[in-house]
Design a protein around this ligand. Sequence first.
Ligand SMILES: C[S@@+](CC[C@H](N)C(=O)[O-])C[C@H]1O[C@@H](n2cnc3c(N)ncnc32)[C@H](O)[C@@H]1O
Length: 423
Amino acid sequence: MMQGNHLSEFPGKLLIRELGFRLLRRIGIAFSLPIKERPVRPEESCSNSSGALGIKDDFSRKDKALNTSMENALSPELITSLVTDLPIADTDSLDAMECFDKAKTLINLNKIPEAFAYLNRARAIVHQFPYAMLELRPIAQLYHNAASVAWTYRDIDKAQAFAVTALEADPKLDAPRELLREIESTSTGPDTTKHCYVFYDPDRANLIHREAIRRCLEFTAISGVIGDIFEFGVLAGWTARIFAETMRDCMIMGNLRLYDSFAGLPEYESVVDRESYEIAGRNIWSDKMKFPDDFVKSLGGSLEKHIKDRLSTIIRSERIETHRGFYSESLTTPIKGKAALVHIDCDLYQSTVEVLDALLRDDVFQDGCVLMFDDWNCNRGNPNFGERRAFQEFLDMQNRFTTSQFFTYGFNGAAFILHECMT
Ligand SMILES: C[S@@+](CC[C@H](N)C(=O)[O-])C[C@H]1O[C@@H](n2cnc3c(N)ncnc32)[C@H](O)[C@@H]1O
């Protein structure tokens, strides 16, 4: 984690009270939760028609009214009640409005993290659900204020976690972004997640991957495909960072689940891989994508811990899972939950087969789930090898899912949408 933390825990209520009052004096504002005003109805503020890229953000008119309702002081008790590990909102049977109503009740009880969880669910069911968006603004401000207090006392971990949570509530808020930049400027050492190790032109790769990932995440968000984002093939976390940033900015509240050996490619067991252009012909992965031990040591721990720590400056650490190990072993543990998107970037036919088999076995796929294959055109795009062959075999061997191609990206990638047969 970030270094320099000399106040790891708020030491008690008195300090909290003092922090609250200092904060209020320092920032010179006072606000209240709950907000007493009824938010405008969605149909008043925007169009929620299908295909719209989210709901038009024309809340500015209402900002004034919202702010004037922030009358009462941010109480120390409220600060202490804030946590970043949001409870699970048990909402399977609820629609967005019902989630919102539940959140309002919780806000009236000052149960802010619980309310936050229901509001998240509401905006997952209906992307940028306007009632939820309005209610999340003061919550974002509240978390930002808590972050500022923690930062004043150089409690870096808490400041970071609260600021990240504030941005999850409202990614348009500038102040927590600035605070995170300030916190980051105190951190030393490398950040592998900012480094593209794979493509010859990192700037171009960045543009292409950001756009492709955004398109896919927007599709899932706007279609209401709710689930986690899985990545198979993480290396040092470059695409994982793009996912985390885009999830935050598109308000996608699933978890980010990262699977890799974190020790390079496995032995080439399949004859399909051994005979492929990339291996038999050119042996392009002769280093097996394994970082030297000294380099990993310089990260101050394991590669996966380094990646998780770095990505925790973007989305809450509770939302990031790392699973270390070769898939032949790590995927023997059943995978819980549903996927909204699966990013397959593990180069090999054999690895892709293992991934697709495990996700099917554990019922992780769902209608509308997006599959992104980053190595679609490896091996000269020949369908007898690599990810192309693995995906075709997957489609042939089961009759629950069909697919249609969404788009291709860059010289190598392709995205697909899975369709569940509804007979
Ligand atoms: C091309 S890299 C991933 C690049 C990454 N997405 C990025 O942003 O830079 C391929 C990764 O797949 C992993 N991998 C491939 N097959 C695997 C397997 N069977 N088990 C675990 N990891 C595997 C390798 O360890 C490697 O880190």
